[in-house]
Ligand binder design. Structure first.
Ligand code: 13P
Length: 336
């Protein structure tokens, strides 16, 4: 592995005022997004959707990296440029989701993430297509008894193995343990689970000797379950999230980029902004790696119709800009 290569990728992806766009929906998930606007899940519709987002003018002012799905690496924009090339030409780092989704682990209905088999070989292929960083997502459902210690250990261990393999092939790994927002759990339960998961993830990374300075963490926020009564307010989410991260994440890690995980677009921006307002001295760069929170308004505005392209790109750029401002603590609700 070349640590210079990894260092350069981190430099290009850790930029104040900017964050990462997650545009790596698998074919199935892309289908769900397209169904929400009554569009068909064909390869061409998926390409058009990617085209709309990735050709938005000025995106590079707020976005420094984009996570792509395998299919998108070899697709082209309307003007015939391969998407990874298009991004690189704007100074945006192309990345690739490398996990292979979820499989059953136990009788609790818990699922772990697969994809380690043949990963090194796949990475060499992705490199030829221009990708420089990777993403692997593990998920943890929350209840009074879940996640099980078995799932936490398994996912933590596989995240660390994944990160190690990525470094060996010159890719910066995004390590994504997502504590799901689904359910009616309290913010206190969210804190407890997130703390435990992050502790296990960093213990596993340490035991695999993974160089944290070349990794990016993509966590969920410490937040009330979506169906909880009396959901915690913006300030509490920001405060509890920072407290949890300060307890668990070593300062050698350069960047923490949150997922939005089913929060509304506006909530995701407000929470990120509040963290910067409350704590201007966090030891890592703290930013976004949002999927839905950057794209959902654009998707609605587009509705699968070419004539709505401009309005859809405007809607996307608005979220990109506001989230960029949130990484500086300069967003306010009046900007909505
Ligand atoms: P959301 O921001 O929509 O949660 O997507 C982020 C992501 O990459 C999930 O893996």
């Amino acid at each position: 592995m070349s640590s210079e290569e990894l260092k350069k990728t981190i430099q290009d992806m850790v930029v104040p005022g900017k964050g990462i766009l997650a545009a790596d929906e698998s074919t199935g998930t892309a289908g769900k997004r397209l169904a929400s606007i009554n569009a068909e899940n064909t390869e061409e519709m998926r390409r058009q959707y990617r085209n709309l987002i990735l050709t938005a003018n000025g995106m590079e002012e707020h976005v420094c990296g984009v996570i792509l799905f395998e299919e998108t690496l070899s697709q082209k924009s309307d003007s015939g440029v391969l998407f990874p090339e298009l991004l690189s030409s704007k100074g945006i780092v192309p990345g690739i989701k490398v996990d292979k989704g979820l499989v059953d682990l136990n009788d609790n209905g818990e699922k772990f993430t697969q994809g380690l088999d043949g990963l090194g070989e796949r990475l060499e292929g992705y490199k030829k297509l221009g990708a420089r960083f990777t993403k692997w997502r593990s998920v943890f459902s929350v209840s009074d008894t879940l996640p099980s210690p078995e799932l936490v250990k398994r996912n933590a261990s596989d995240l660390a193995k994944y990160a190690k393999i990525c470094h060996e092939h010159g890719f910066v790994p995004i390590v994504e343990p997502e504590v799901l927002i689904d359910g009616s759990h309290s913010i206190e339960r969210s804190y407890e689970v997130t703390e435990n998961v992050l502790q296990e993830v960093f213990a596993a990374l340490e035991s695999e000797n993974v160089a944290l300075e070349h990794c990016i963490l993509k966590p969920s926020m410490v937040i009330s379950g979506k169906e909880a009564s009396n959901r915690a307010d913006v300030e509490t989410v920001a405060k509890e999230t920072i407290r949890c991260l300060r307890t668990t994440v070593p300062a050698t890690l350069p960047s923490i980029n949150f997922l939005s995980g089913g929060q509304t677009s506006e909530e995701s921006t407000a929470h990120l902004n509040k963290m910067h307002v409350l704590d201007s001295n966090m030891p890592w760069y703290v930013s976004f790696s949002y999927g839905r929170a950057l794209q959902e308004h654009a998707l609605k505005a587009w509705a699968g119709k070419q004539e709505n392209l401009e309005a859809a790109q405007e809607a996307f750029m608005k979220r990109a800009k506001l989230n960029g401002l949130a990484t500086l603590g300069k967003y306010s609700e009046e900007m909505e």
